[in-house]
Ligand binder design. Structure first.
Ligand code: ATP
Ligand code: ZN
Ligand code: ZN
Length: 806
């Protein structure tokens, strides 16, 4: 029998990349692959994941201390996904496996103090005789109470820190860990009858009138069968009353798990709708794959408002009918409460919503409901991908082109990639959906990796809104300097007149309100980060968007002393002022970083706008996404092209997607929509095709550029960032690393570019230099990087398939 477990300890340090062996103690026979356990590690107790068993007897092994659950946490599918993730993204096994644990760790350990093993009381009293009385109080408290936390000791008099230091130094006490399991199930006790209702009624009759509480309890139980603590409280029945009846053998209690659920959305009942032909055709392709239980992936390319969500719902219903589970991923849960509500309306309690505001305990409850089969559908942002579903039928990625599917911290995984892998080994289907698919995905679909399903009409043949492109250079030539062109003004005026609503998008990426000296051209930058400071009207202050440091606006230029300092760029605040001047009675709500962090969350703003409380929704990227509000008939896009000039090969893709998605918010109901797009680059293919909702047109231009420059999908990219606090050092380290990479570039399929300073070359006083690898032979390069062992270097970040190459 195997009695040795190979355990991955849940410590995110990248240098720990191997499992450790532990003895399985006889009293814990259930331990098997996939279990979470508690193990000693150095002086600590840590969480561990069992990945294999052995029976090679080895001397001096430590034993597993405890199991954390009463079932294996990882199923085979989860283990394989974690293993692949760690290999592909070059992260440690622990970094990959902890993605499957809510809150990244299943235990909470706190520092505690306990008496040293061989404490010599006589010597101790001599030692402490010269010290104030508090020293003796603290020591005897620790002696009496066993392991105590610092928080417990804080109640005692005296300066605890100093006293503890002294006691530790003289080895009277030692450090220890107290470990608590996180996410313990919450339970309540339900009270019920142990005798028949007739006997209970007789017992009630037999009680004297003075025992009214006992009579009330019996009476209520005869009627309802079972009572919760809240119901008992409402009936004014005390624990004592329950105890008395329990001792008479009339009632008993049982413990049941309760699930915390803070995501209270009102569930709207929907009428069964008739599917459109396009929706039916999509499902005719997906259905058989679900039934066959084979892996296959689909790309639904459906224009905005074509009814993709309804296809997702039907596909999930189909999977549930086959008793298989579904994972539904959305880019950002706060912006997608509409799709969440639609799933809840369709599936009720079968849906678990993973929201970033859930506590760790609530996450555990959600996981437990899925694991136990009480729920079969999980909907959430990318982390929902790691849900413990045993019988996976389908994974859906809505708005698959969104960059939020890429995690920007280690492990830097892309949810689409992980979804495809997990579904492949589970024999499950994947449905990718978007009106503006990523160039990579569309290319894969054209080459047969995904089945392409096209939905090119809106539901009920509602027309896509016509787009007027306004050339802002001509406006300027005509002497019009306002951020809001006459065409946009006119469209807004008409919409407001008809009591319809408008959305205004300010595409501000790479372009915000910065402060510039008109004499010498100096731009005010952050001292710690190599980036322009952003001007904020409230408080008349400057802020760094990387380190959040605030500065006051100087009266004179720090470079040349000139007093001519000007604010450039159109921030949302500036546009709001302009709109207020044009439409003084219109109610405007702003949604950007400033407003969403302070006043209202995204979903509240969207809900208020959808309810008609405001006439105009103004904001950055986030106003363009996902919402379906029938009364929105006008969409204005200010400076459509600001991101086009960024030195990022995806600049055109980002711009096109944003414009098309924004335009797609207009005219979704039975009222016709219109769009005005202001730009300085009316001839760019991203703008031209964005103005025509023409994805194919955009793709055909873009793919030529990608092929010429050998960018994805024609290659894979790997970005290596070297960091150091010293500018000379960082370049030296990067050059050295580039030299080590020379065998990589010997392969004709691979090019190494750089080192070159990152576009923001310094963040929080740390300098950053990038090396970019372009390759057609990913396996060879990652194999090489793994051999070089750079993945575990603290000063190096490896980003596989980076979204941000700057
Ligand atoms: N078969 C149908 N019959 C009637 N109305 C439908 C049908 N399918 C969807 N709808 C409605 O059409 C509207 C658009 O659908 P949905 O939001 O699913 O589109 P979408 O393709 O997801 O759009 P986007 O990509 O722009 O978010 C919604 O209001 C939805 O309720
Ligand atoms: Zn100056
Ligand atoms: Zn800064």
């Amino acid at each position: 029998m195997s009695n040795i477990a190979q355990v991955i300890v849940n410590i995110p340090a990248r240098s720990i990349d191997k499992p450790f062996s532990y003895l399985i103690p006889e009293q814990l026979p259930a331990i098997d692959i996939g279990w979470r356990v508690l193990v000693p590690f150095g002086s600590r107790k840590v969480e561990g994941f069992v990945i294999s068993l052995e029976d090679e007897p080895t001397d001096g092994l430590k034993s597993i201390l405890a199991v954390l659950d009463d079932y294996p946490w990882f199923n085979d599918n989860m283990l394989k996904t974690a293993e692949w993730l760690s290999r592909y993204y070059l992260c440690s096994p622990a970094e990959a496996m902890r993605l499957f644990v809510p809150g990244l760790s299943g235990i909470k350990s706190t520092k505690a103090y306990q008496a040293a093993h061989a404490i010599d009381c006589e010597q101790a009293s001599i030692l402490l005789a010269a010290k104030p009385a508090e020293y003796r109080t603290v020591l005897s408290y620790i002696l009496d109470h066993g392991p105590v936390s610092q928080a417990d000791l804080a109640k005692l008099p005296g300066s605890i820190e100093t006293i503890l230091k002294f006691l530790l130094q003289h080895k009277l006490i030692i450090h220890t860990d107290t470990v608590l399991k996180r996410g313990k199930a919450s339970t309540i006790r339900l009270i019920n009858l142990t005798v028949s209702k007739e006997s209970a009624a007789q017992a009630e009759q037999a009680l004297p009138p003075s025992k009214s509480a006992q009579r009330r309890l019996l009476h209520a139980l005869i009627q309802t069968g079972e009572l919760s603590p809240t119901e008992l409280r409402n009936l004014h029945i005390s624990a004592d009353t329950v105890r008395k009846l329990t001792s008479q053998g009339l009632v008993a209690s049982r413990e049941v798990q309760i699930f915390r659920n803070s995501y209270n959305t009102i569930i709207h009942k929907v009428d069964e709708i008739t599917l459109t032909t396009a929706q039916q055709q999509a499902l005719q392709q997906i259905g058989p794959v679900l039934k066959a239980g084979i892996h296959k992936s689909f790309l639904i390319h459906g224009v905005t408002g074509s009814g993709k969500t309804q296809v997702y719902i039907k596909a999930v219903a189909e999977a549930r009918g086959l008793n298989r589970q579904a994972i539904v991923l959305v880019p950002e849960i706060a912006l997608t409460s509409q799709i969440v509500a639609r799933f809840q309306a369709a599936f009720g309690q079968d849906v678990v919503v993973m929201h970033s505001k859930l506590s760790v305990g609530e996450r555990h409850d959600a996981w437990r409901r899925l694991h136990s089969g009480q729920a079969g559908i999980v909907i959430g942002a990318r982390s929902a991908l790691f849900a413990p579903v045993d019988n996976l039928g389908v994974i859906i990625l809505d708005e698959e082109h969104e960059f939020t599917y890429k995690q920007e911290d280690s492990p830097r995984y892309h949810a689409r990639q992980v979804a495809l892998f997990r579904a492949r080994i589970a024999g499950a289907a994947v449905i990718l959906g978007s009106a503006t698919p990523s160039v990579e995905t569309y290319h894969q679909a054209l080459s047969g990796e995904h089945t392409l399903i096209t939905m090119d009409k809106r539901v009920d043949n509602v027309p896509l809104p016509p787009v007027t492109v306004v050339d802002m250079r001509e406006e300027l030539l005509k002497g019009r300097r306002s951020v809001i062109s006459p065409a946009l003004t006119e469209m807004l005026a008409e919409a407001l007149f008809r009591k319809e609503q408008a959305v205004i998008l300010l595409n501000r990426r790479g372009y915000s309100t910065f402060v510039l000296c008109r004499e010498c051209g100096h731009v005010l930058k952050c001292r710690h980060c190599d980036i322009a400071l952003v001007y904020h009207t409230p408080g008349h202050s400057l802020r760094c968007h990387y380190c959040q440091e605030r500065h006051t606006v100087p009266d004179t230029c720090p470079e040349c002393g000139s007093r001519y300092i000007r604010y450039f760029g159109a921030g949302t605040q500036k546009v709001e002022e302009a709109l207020n001047a044009l439409f003084p009675t219109a109610k405007i709500i702003r949604m950007d970083q400033d407003t969403t962090t302070k006043k209202m969350a995204h979903d509240k703003i969207l809900a208020a706008f959808a309810a008609g409380t405001y006439d105009i929704l103004l904001g950055t990227q986030m106003v363009a996404k996902g919402h379906d509000i029938p009364n929105v008939t006008a969409v204005g896009i200010i400076s459509a092209d600001t991101a086009l000039n960024l030195p990022d090969f995806r600049a055109a893709e980002r711009t096109f997607a944003l414009l098309t998605q924004a335009a797609g918010r207009a005219g979704r109901g039975n009222k016709a929509g219109r769009v005005v797009m202001q730009t300085y680059n009316p001839d760019h293919y991203a703008i031209v095709n964005g103005g025509m909702h023409n994805y194919q047109g955009f793709y055909e231009n873009e793919i030529i550029f990608r092929r010429q420059l050998n960018y994805p999908p024609y290659s894979n990219l790997i970005k290596i960032t070297v960091q150091a606090g010293d500018e000379i050092q960082v370049h030296r380290n990067a050059n050295q690393l580039a030299a080590e990479l020379s065998p990589v570039s010997a392969n004709a399929a691979t090019t190494v570019i750089g080192p070159f300073p990152a576009s923001v070359a310094k963040v929080k006083d740390i300098f950053r230099v990038n090396i970019l690898i372009k390759t057609k032979d990913m396996a060879e390069v990652t194999g090489h990087l793994a051999n070089l062992n750079i993945a575990c270097r603290k000063d190096v970040i490896i980003d596989i398939d980076p979204i941000n190459v700057l």
